[in-house]
Design a protein around this ligand. Structure first.
Ligand code: GLA
Ligand code: ZN
Length: 701
C-alpha cells in the first residue's frame, strides 16, 4: 500500500494537462490567458517544465528561475496546483556537446546526436550528476511552495544504451548475479554455437543468438533505470519529504518491469492513448484500456493512481489520427476514474506553434480560445469530474480473480526463436490481454498482480503464457490450487527456467505436469488464416469455437478433458483440461481460443465457482468504485451501436445530459451512465459569440 493520500489528492479528481509556459515566455498574454482558460475547464493542476531544462539552466550552473517563480505564483494565486517536473527527459545542448558520453549509444555502436528526447545514458555519472544538481536546485527553491503538489520525475523513462559505460556496468551486474564465468556459461548454455566466454569483457550487450543474454540484459537495463530514478528522487525527498514523487509509466512498456519500479514511487501514474478506430470491433480496445488501468491499480497496490497523459482529441503520431467520436472522450475519462484514477491529465494543454507535436491534440488549439469543440468537451469533462469528487482517495476494492502479468516471462518468450512468432510480437502481453478481455466479457472483475503476489483472498488465479517460471514460483502457484484455489494456465506455460533454459522431463515444468495432470508434447503454429475446430466435452462453447495461431498437442495424464480439438491430424486430442489438485483445481487451456469461446470458458468457470458476475450484452461494461457516501456505479456502452439494457428499478444518470434512466434503457453509442453521485447540471450551451464579445483578451476567444 502506498502512503495515505494528502490533499489535494483526496479532495477531488485532479484535472489538468502537461503545460509548457517555457514555450510562450515571449508572449505574456498567452500565459495570463492560460490561467483563465484553465479555470474555465475547471482544471485543478498542470504538469510544468517537463522539457524545460535549458529554460531553467541555460549554462552549466547558471539558473533562470524567474519564469518558473512567476508560473508557480500564478498557479497559487489561482488556487491551482503544480506537478513540477524534473527536466531529465531531454538533455540541454550544452551538456550533450560538452559531455558526449551522456548521449545514448545504439546496438550498432553509434552514439545519438543531441536531438530527439528520452535518449540519455542511464549509467553516465556525468548525466546523473547534472540531473541531481538541477533537481536539487528545483527542490530547494520550490519544495515548500504552496502550489507544489507533486514531483513529476522525468518523462516516460525507458530504452537502452549500449555505450562502454553501460557495457561495463552490465558486466559488473552479471558478476553479481552469476558469481563466476563458469556459472554464467552454464546458465546461458553458451556451449551452443561455441559462445563460451573466457573473459567478462567478451560479453556483448546484444546478441540475439544467446537467448539468456537478452533476458539478463533487460533485467540489467531495468535496474539501471530504477537506480537512475532513485538518483533523481533523492534531492526531492531531501528538501520536500512530504511531497509525493511519481514518474509517468507507459502501460506495458517493453523494457520496464514496473512491478519493481512501483516501490520507489509514492504515486503510480500512467500515460495512455487508446486509438479508437470507430469500427465494429473497436470496443475491444476499450477493454484493453481497462487492462492497462487494472495494471496501474495493481502497481498501486490497490490504491488509486493517476492518468498522467491522455489525448483530449486526436494524436499526431499514429498512421490514422481519427478524431474521437462524440461520447468517446468523456467515456475514456470516466473509464479511467471507474478503474481507480484520481487524476486525469492531458498531453497537452496548448498546441505548440512548431516542433514535432504542433498537430497533437490539445485542450487549447492554435486558434487560442475557448470556442473549439475540443475545449467545450474538456470543460464538460471538468464539470463531470467535479461531481465525482466523492470517489477521490477512496480505497479500491479487490476482485475475485487475479491475473498474473510478468515482464520477465515476456522477455524470455520474446528472446526465444519459435514461440515468439506472434502478430503483435509480444505473445505474453497478447495472451494476458485476451484472457483479461474474456474475463471482463464474462462480467467478472479482475485484478492484475505480479507473479510473486500474495494470492490469499483470491478464488481464481489466471497465468496466461507464463512461459518462464522457476521452481519456487511453480510451487507457490501449485500451493494456491492445493489450498482450494482455481488456477488457470494457458498454452506456453512452464517451458523455461529463469535463465531461459528449457525444463526437462516434459512441459509444463517444473513439477507442473503432475499438477495439471497432462503432458504438453509439442506445439503447432498455424498460419494466420488457419484455425482448428474445438468442441466442448464438459463445457459449453459456441458452435464455431476454434483455436488459432498456436495449438499444443496435449495428453491427459489424469486431468479431465473439458474440450478437444476436432480437426487436423491430431483431431480428438484434449485441448482444455482440468485436474483436481488437492483441495483445488488446475485448468490448462492449450490453444489461443477465439475471443467468444474464451469468454464462454470463463462464463462457465464463473458459474461453477459462483463468482459475482455482471450479465450484460457484449460491449457493455459495469464498474463500481467506493465513494465517500456509498458505492458509485458506472455503466459504459463501449460499442459504436445503440444497445438496450435492463437497468431494473435502479436510477442511473446519463452523464452526457444528466437525465435519469431506469428500466429498459437504450444506451447510445459510447454512452456512459453513473449512479451514486449528483451530477452538477449541464449548462445549456449558448452559441459561441464572436471572439471580441467574449473577453478583453483575444486569446480567450
Ligand atoms: C508521450 C509523451 C508526451 C507526448 C505524448 C504524445 O506520452 O510523454 O510528451 O509526446 O506522448 O502523444
Ligand atoms: Zn550508456
Amino acid at each position: 500500500m502506498k502512503p495515505p493520500l494528502r490533499t489535494p489528492f483526496c479532495e477531488r479528481i485532479l484535472y489538468g494537462a502537461d503545460y509548457n509556459p517555457d514555450q510562450w515566455l515571449h508572449d505574456p498574454a498567452v500565459l495570463r490567458a492560460d490561467i483563465e482558460l484553465m479555470k474555465r475547464v475547471k482544471a485543478t493542476s498542470a504538469s510544468v517544465g517537463i522539457f524545460a531544462w535549458t529554460a531553467l539552466e541555460p549554462e552549466p550552473g547558471v539558473f533562470t528561475f524567474d519564469w518558473l517563480d512567476a508560473t508557480m505564483d500564478r498557479f497559487a494565486e489561482a488556487g491551482l496546483v503544480v506537478f513540477l517536473a524534473t527536466p531529465s527527459g531531454s538533455k540541454p545542448m550544452w551538456l550533450s556537446e560538452r559531455h558526449p558520453e551522456v548521449r545514448r549509444v545504439g546496438r550498432d555502436g553509434r552514439r545519438d546526436s543531441s536531438g530527439g528526447r528520452h535518449n540519455h545514458c542511464p549509467t553516465s555519472p556525468v548525466y546523473r550528476a547534472a540531473v541531481s544538481r538541477i533537481n536539487r536546485e528545483l527542490a530547494r527553491r520550490y519544495g515548500r511552495h504552496p502550489a507544489l503538489a507533486l514531483w513529476h520525475v522525468g518523462n516516460e523513462l525507458n530504452g537502452e544504451c549500449h555505450c562502454p559505460a553501460c557495457k561495463t556496468a552490465f558486466h559488473d551486474w552479471l558478476r553479481q548475479r552469476h558469481g563466476d564465468l563458469a556459472s554464467l556459461n552454464h546458465a546461458w548454455c553458451t556451449s551452443f554455437w561455441n559462445h563460451t566466454f573466457t573473459d567478462w569483457s567478451q560479453i556483448p550487450t546484444h546478441d540475439p543468438s544467446i537467448d539468456a543474454l537478452a533476458v539478463d540484459w533487460l533485467r540489467f537495463v531495468n535496474d539501471q533505470h530504477i537506480s537512475f530514478l532513485k538518483n533523481e528522487i533523492a534531492p526531492l525527498r531531501e528538501f520536500s519529504p512530504a511531497v509525493p514523487c511519481t514518474t509517468n509509466f507507459m502501460g506495458t512498456c517493453r523494457g520496464t518491469d514496473y512491478w519493481r519500479w512501483a516501490g520507489v514511487l509514492d504515486r503510480i501514474s500512467n500515460d495512455i492513448y487508446p486509438l479508437h478506430a470507430d469500427r465494429e470491433d473497436s470496443w475491444q480496445k476499450s477493454l484493453d484500456a481497462d487492462f492497462t488501468h487494472s495494471l496501474m491499480r495493481g502497481l498501486a497496490g490497490g490504491s488509486s493512481w493517476m492518468l498522467m497523459e491522455c489525448a483530449p482529441s486526436s494524436v499526431n503520431w499514429s498512421s490514422v489520427n481519427k478524431l474521437k467520436r462524440p461520447g468517446v472522450h468523456l467515456q475514456e475519462v470516466l473509464q479511467a476514474v471507474a478503474n481507480g484514477a484520481d487524476a486525469i491529465h492531458y498531453f497537452q494543454w496548448r498546441k505548440s506553434r512548431g516542433g514535432y507535436e504542433k498537430f497533437h491534440g490539445a485542450v487549447v488549439d492554435h486558434e487560442g480560445g475557448a470556442g473549439s469543440r475540443v475545449f467545450r468537451e474538456c470543460a464538460e469533462v471538468g464539470r463531470v469530474l467535479r461531481s465525482l469528487a466523492p470517489v477521490a482517495g477512496q480505497p479500491l476494492g479487490r476482485a475475485p480473480v487475479a491475473l498474473v502479468y510478468d515482464w520477465e516471462a515476456r522477455w524470455a518468450l520474446e528472446a526465444s526463436a519459435g514461440p515468439k512468432k506472434s502478430p503483435s510480437g509480444d505473445r505474453h502481453t497478447e495472451a494476458c490481454m485476451e484472457h483479461f478481455r474474456a474475463l471482463r466479457r464474462a462480467g467478472v472483475e479482475v485484478d492484475i498482480v505480479p507473479v510473486d503476489a500474495d494470492l490469499s483472498g483470491y478464488s481464481v488465479v489466471v497465468t496466461p503464457a507464463l512461459f518462464a517460471l522457476d521452481g519456487p514460483t511453480a510451487k507457490r502457484l501449485s500451493d494456491f490450487a492445493a489450498a482450494g484455489g482455481a488456477w488457470i494456465a494457458t498454452y506456453l506455460t512452464g517451458y523455461v527456467d529463469e535463465h531461459n533454459r528449457c525444463w526437462r522431463g516434459g512441459f509444463p515444468g517444473p513439477g507442473l505436469r503432475e499438477v495439471f495432470g497432462l503432458w504438453n508434447e509439442e506445439v503447432d503454429y498455424l498460419h494466420d488464416d488457419e484455425s482448428v475446430r474445438i468442441e466442448g466435452a464438459c463445457i459449453d462453447l459456441p458452435g464455431h469455437a476454434c483455436g488459432r495461431d498456436i495449438v499444443e498437442r496435449l495428453h491427459t495424464e489424469g486431468a479431465r478433458v473439458l474440450a478437444t480439438v476436432e480437426s487436423e491430424f491430431y483431431a480428438g486430442a484434449p485441448i482444455i483440461l482440468r485436474n483436481q489438485w488437492r483441495l483445488g483445481s488446475a485448468t490448462y487451456v492449450g490453444a489461443r481460443l477465439d475471443d467468444e469461446s474464451c469468454a464462454a470458458l470463463y462464463a462457465s468457470i464463473a458459474a461453477e465457482l459462483d463468482l459475482p458476475r455482471a450479465k450484460l450484452p457484449a460491449g457493455v461494461v459495469r464498474k463500481v468504485r467506493a465513494g465517500a457516501d456509498g458505492p458509485v456505479e458506472f455503466l459504459f456502452n463501449y460499442t459504436r451501436n445503440a444497445v438496450t439494457v435492463d437497468l431494473g428499478e435502479d436510477a442511473f444518470l446519463r452523464v452526457a445530459d444528466g437525465r435519469p434512466c431506469r428500466g429498459k434503457t437504450t444506451l447510445r453509442p459510447y454512452d456512459s451512465l453513473v449512479k451514486g453521485v449528483v451530477l452538477s447540471p449541464t449548462p445549456s450551451q449558448p452559441p459561441v459569440p464572436p471572439r471580441h464579445e467574449l473577453h478583453p483578451s483575444p486569446l480567450l476567444g
